[in-house]
Each structure stands twice: as structure tokens, then as C-alpha cells.
Design a protein around this ligand. Structure first.
Ligand code: FAD
Length: 476
């Protein structure tokens, strides 16, 4: 049993609570961690998540070296690379943490079958979800299409306790060759933006654990009241770390659970609400697993004939944060300059695109995929279809977010808008100015320009959307 085991890392770039690491080490032989930049991974990722992936790999690589191990990097078809590594190292087994998007599942299924046919042990484990999508079932034995009953089914289901970091990483005597991370140029698509966004990122497992600790300490008690306020730092910001598996959802769940036990009354409700939000991520994966079309197709096919516009000039103004509606533009600029956007704004800007601008949700979904350092295939698709009205358990289409009402309710002192809109301010906020540093020069934007006129009147856009909705309803 002294044969090495290959640990194929993907979206599980950490050491703590890592069942695949535990499994690889259990055999007693050496463990060889490998990251493969394969076409399936590359195709899915937009510029910002790709850049951010590079930071995560760099951090993990450093940590492994500090513990006497290494991260082997290879680019190419996943099966080809694994076979080559098996041949080079004499490994007899390959272990990985499961993924749930359809492209990865198809790839992993083929890899598993092919390795087994080669006589190699191929093992996949759960490290990225609290519960496997097939473990949570309705009374009728099918999957959930509505969140509330899903939550009722998972709220009392305790995931097992997180695993400790492995004590030793069992390095092999001889390492297979590794490519060089910088040669992959993962930040290539980010251009100038990277330097700006880097200020807002918290990279790696230690940063993620610090984030969790600070959130539980300072914010979880007020979470229920303040989580919708983009002008306050009220949420955990852990989505960035979850996207690369720098922390496990199980670790987060248990931290929330112990906060619930420690706190009482309102504060306890804050902690419970946090678990409830974490369960939205689970629900997104539940839906993606059971209905993979949610990524690309209207979940409800009756939306296929809705007269959404394809990409267009107004949508380009939306992407650039130049719609002339401050709350919308602030959200879009926050995303471009920081790589994330507050959830309240994600809903608002998505509503503005799909309703006021009558533009297909896929246009927005693609832009988010390019810009978000917390990009997640399941949550992004679910979020867009929820707002657009085409998803399961979606907001009804006629619920058109009003940017002015949203601003009055959730940004009452205009602090959020002032943080991200520079035009017309005597002393613009540095984050508002940083947007102009982040955008490509070719957009020709300057903080000293006049703020744009509205791309559409708020009432006009709302009425046009509702008319299109009525017409479609009467046509069907
Ligand atoms: P917290 O409030 O601290 O919540 C804790 C965790 O719960 C989050 O890290 C996240 O994992 C999960 N969570 C919270 N809200 C949601 C939600 N609505 N759906 C799914 N999971 C949730 N989230 C992503 O991680 N990646 C995306 O690409 C993404 N795209 C979205 C697109 C749209 C149109 C919408 C409306 C939402 C999208 N979300 C996405 C969900 C949500 O906006 C983010 O998860 C949240 O803003 C992350 O901030 P946080 O970590 O501070 O969240």
C-alpha cells in the first residue's frame, strides 16, 4: 500500500474539512495533489473568476510547500493528465470531491469509468455541499422545486462535524513535474481591473476562516435586520471563498449553529437566518443537479416565447454602470470594481435588465459570470431565473423592483450610492473613483464627465415590461 494516491483538486482548495484529503491519506501511501486546468474548467470561467482562481491556487500552493507537500499543476484534458500522472508516479488510486454542474458531472463520470477500466481505483466524495442533492427528498420521493419546504427538510438535518486538517500531507519521495502558475496567465482577461479588485478579495483558507470568525463575532446577531442593507457591512462575504472551496459549507454551518446555541432572542434568529441563506446555496445545487437546464434554458418553458431582447446598446449601458439610474449603476460599478455585489443590488440590477430593459436574463447571467469573483454556476443561474420570473419558485414577473423605492428603504442615507457614484460629487469616494481605474480605457469613461441621463424612465420601463407580460399571458 505504499503506492501514491492522486488527489485531484478542483473547487476544494483547502486543507480543513476535506474528506478527499483524508481519503487520500488513509491508504498510508504518499499523496500527490494535482490541479488540472482542463477545457471543461476553462470554458465555464469568465475573466474575474479565472483571475481569482489563480490567487487561490497560488495561496494553496504556498501552504502546501510550507507543509512539505506541493501542488502539481497541469493543463490539458483531465483524463489524459490523470493517466499520464498515473504512469509517471505509479499511483493506484485517484480521489476527488464531487461537482454538480452538468459539464463537470459528464467529465467526471467518463474519467471515473476510464480509470476503473484501467484498473485504477477512482473515488469521489462530497466536500462542497451540506447534503448530497439526491439525499434530500420530498415525501413523494422526488426533488424540491420550492425553497420553503426544502428548508424545512434541511433545517434540522445536521451535517456531520467538520474534519480537522490532516496532520501530515505524506509527500512522495519524487514529485512529478508541474507547470508554472504564471504561465497559465489566469489573470489575462482582467487587464487593469485586477489591481483594483485585489483590494477587496480575501484569498485562501486562512482568510476565509478569519472572515467567518469576524462575522460570527460581530455581525451574525444583527444579520436578520441588516443583511439587506448594502450601505452596512452586514453579511459574511464568504461566497467568494465558497466559490473555490477555500472553506467548506459544513464549517460555516457548524459555526452558525453554535452561534444559535450561544445566542438568544433576536440574535439567535440572526444566526438561524444565516443558516437559512446558506441553505439557498444548497437549494441552488439541488436544482442544478436535478434540472441541469436551469443553467442555460428557461426553467419554465412557457417563457421561451417571451419577447425578451437579445443583447443590445441599453444592455451595454447596464454593463458599464451608465444607465443613469444611480442605484442600478452603483450596483454594476460595485461589481466591476470589487468583484462582488450586494445581494439586494443583484436582485435590483437583474430586475432592471430583464424588466425595464426587457433584456434576456442570459445576457445578465453571462456578465455576472465574467465579473464576479464569487461566481457560482448554481447560485447565478438560480438568481437570474428567480428575478426574471422564469425559474422554479421565482418572483412573479410583475414584481418589478423600483430602484427609487429600494434606495429609500435600503440605502436611506445614500451612503451606498455615494460610495460607488463619483459624478457630481465634490469629493467622490475612493471606491467610486476606483471604478474608473478598473474599466478598460476603450470605454472612454471619466469620473469628471456628467452623470448620464436615464436610459429609460422608471415608470415607462415598468409599464413596457408589464404590457409585454400581459400580452404574452393573453397569447398563451
Ligand atoms: P451572506 O448573506 O453572508 O450569506 C451566506 C452564504 O449563503 C453566502 O456566502 C452564499 O453562499 C449563501 N447565499 C446567500 N444568499 C444566497 C442566494 N440568494 N442564493 C444562493 N446562495 C446564497 N451567489 C454566489 O455565490 N455566486 C453567484 O454567482 C451569485 N449570483 C447571483 C445572481 C443573482 C441575479 C442573484 C439575485 C443572486 C446571486 N447570488 C450568487 C446569491 C447572493 O447574492 C450571494 O450569494 C451573496 O450576495 C453573497 O454574499 P455573502 O457571502 O456576504 O452572503
Amino acid at each position: 500500500t505504499s503506492h501514491p494516491t492522486l488527489l485531484w483538486l478542483r473547487k476544494d482548495l483547502r486543507l480543513g474539512d476535506h474528506p478527499a484529503w483524508a481519503r487520500a491519506l488513509a491508504s498510508g501511501g504518499p499523496a500527490i495533489p494535482v490541479y488540472i486546468l482542463d477545457p471543461v474548467t476553462e470554458r465555464a470561467m469568465g475573466a474575474a473568476p479565472r483571475w481569482r482562481l489563480g490567487l487561490s491556487l497560488e495561496d494553496l500552493g504556498r501552504r502546501l510547500v510550507a507543509r512539505g507537500s506541493r501542488l502539481v499543476l497541469r493543463r490539458g484534458d483531465a483524463l489524459d493528465v490523470l493517466r499520464a500522472l498515473v504512469a509517471e508516479t505509479g499511483a493506484r488510486s485517484v480521489v476527488w470531491s464531487r461537482l454538480y454542474d452538468p459539464q463537470a458531472r459528464a467529465r467526471d463520470g467518463e474519467v471515473k469509468a476510464a480509470l476503473r477500466a484501467d484498473g485504477i481505483e477512482a473515488i469521489s466524495v462530497n466536500a462542497s455541499l451540506l447534503h448530497e442533492p439526491w439525499e434530500v427528498e420530498t415525501g413523494q420521493g422526488s426533488f424540491f422545486k420550492v425553497y420553503t419546504p426544502f428548508w424545512r427538510a434541511v433545517r434540522g438535518r445536521e451535517p456531520s462535524s467538520p474534519l480537522a486538517e490532516p496532520g501530515t500531507l505524506a509527500p512522495p519521495g519524487k514529485w512529478p513535474a508541474s507547470e508554472t502558475l504564471s504561465d497559465w496567465r489566469l489573470g489575462g482577461g482582467m487587464k487593469r481591473g485586477a489591481a483594483v479588485v485585489a483590494r477587496f478579495a480575501a484569498v485562501g483558507e486562512n482568510a476565509a476562516l478569519d472572515r467567518l470568525g469576524a462575522f460570527v463575532e460581530d455581525r451574525i446577531a444583527a444579520y436578520k435586520d441588516e443583511r439587506d442593507r448594502p450601505d452596512i457591512l452586514a453579511t459574511s462575504r464568504l461566497s467568494e471563498n465558497l466559490a473555490y472551496g477555500e472553506i467548506s459549507p459544513r464549517t460555516i454551518w457548524h459555526a452558525g449553529r453554535s452561534a444559535m446555541e450561544r445566542l438568544s432572542g433576536h440574535a439567535e434568529a440572526g444566526a438561524e437566518h444565516f443558516l437559512k441563506e446558506l441553505a439557498w446555496r444548497e437549494f441552488a445545487y439541488h436544482l442544478l443537479y436535478h434540472t441541469p437546464r436551469i443553467e442555460t434554458e428557461n426553467w419554465r418553458p412557457e417563457w421561451d416565447d417571451f419577447p425578451w431582447h437579445a443583447d443590445n446598446a441599453d444592455a451595454e449601458r447596464w454593463r458599464r454602470g451608465m444607465t443613469g439610474i444611480e442605484m442600478v449603476d452603483a450596483g454594476m460599478r460595485e461589481m466591476y470594481a470589487t468583484g462582488t455585489m450586494h445581494n439586494r443590488l443583484r436582485m435590483l440590477v437583474a430586475s432592471f435588465l430583464t424588466k425595464h430593459l426587457l433584456t434576456h436574463w442570459r445576457v445578465g447571467e453571462a456578465w455576472f459570470r465574467d465579473c464576479l469573483i464569487d461566481w457560482d454556476p448554481a447560485s447565478n443561474a438560480m438568481g437570474w431565473q428567480w428575478v426574471a420570473g422564469s425559474g422554479p419558485d421565482a418572483a412573479p414577473y410583475f414584481r418589478v423592483f423600483n430602484p427609487e423605492t429600494q434606495a429609500a428603504r435600503f440605502d436611506p442615507e445614500r451612503r451606498y450610492v455615494d460610495r460607488f457614484i463619483a459624478e457630481g460629487r465634490d469629493r467622490p469616494h475612493e471606491d467610486a473613483l476606483s471604478y474608473f481605474d478598473a474599466v478598460p480605457r476603450s470605454w472612454g469613461l471619466s469620473a469628471s464627465d456628467a452623470y448620464p441621463q436615464p436610459v429609460i424612465g422608471l415608470r415607462e420601463g415598468r409599464e413596457r415590461a408589464l404590457a409585454a407580460y400581459q400580452q404574452r399571458r393573453s397569447a398563451t
